[in-house]
Design a protein around this ligand. Structure first.
Ligand code: MG
Length: 156
């Protein structure tokens, strides 16, 4: 067993879709980034790479590489899963915390979990996604962006 931890944050921007865990969430703002800025998947990828001690998302998928411009982060996650499988590991479980003031994610959580479980090739019961506010504190509390924390356990 190996444990890994990942973190990511992105700032909200106009004229962008809000994509979290590969799901489009209806909202007036999206997240700014080189790819689709899916902070949930970016934190998840870093937790997987961290568990394997194989660097981070930036070393595998550089944000100055044109191949990754506006790419779906689901594609990056699929590549990270391939890297994990080459090392003969699979996901035991993953636990994700999303911190944002708006929008409310409650009605999307199970769709997000199901979407991730397919790519991670594991049961939905092994994928936890929690969303909470920052109690109006600091930049995230002012609704300027979001942060995501993720811990993943891998098994041989
Ligand atoms: Mg990111």
């Amino acid at each position: 067993m190996r444990i890994g931890y990942g973190y990511d944050s992105h700032i909200f921007a106009e004229n962008r879709k809000l994509i979290l865990a590969g799901i489009e969430i209806p909202y007036e703002l999206g997240l700014k980034g080189h790819s689709d800025a899916d902070a949930v998947i970016h934190a998840l990828i870093d937790s997987i790479l961290g568990a394997l001690a194989l660097g981070d998302i930036g070393s595998h998928f550089p944000d100055n590489d044109e191949r990754y411009k506006n790419i779906s982060s689901m594609e990056l996650l699929k590549e990270a899963v391939c890297i994990m499988e080459e090392k003969k590991y699979s996901i035991s479980n993953t636990d994700i915390t999303i911190i944002l003031e708006k929008p409310k994610l409650r009605n999307h959580i199970d769709t997000m979990r199901e979407n991730l479980s397919k790519v991670l090739k594991t049961d939905i019961e092994n994928i936890s996604i929690k969303a909470k506010t920052n109690e109006k504190m600091d930049s995230i509390g002012r609704g300027e962006g979001i942060a995501v924390h993720c811990a993943s356990l891998l098994k041989k």
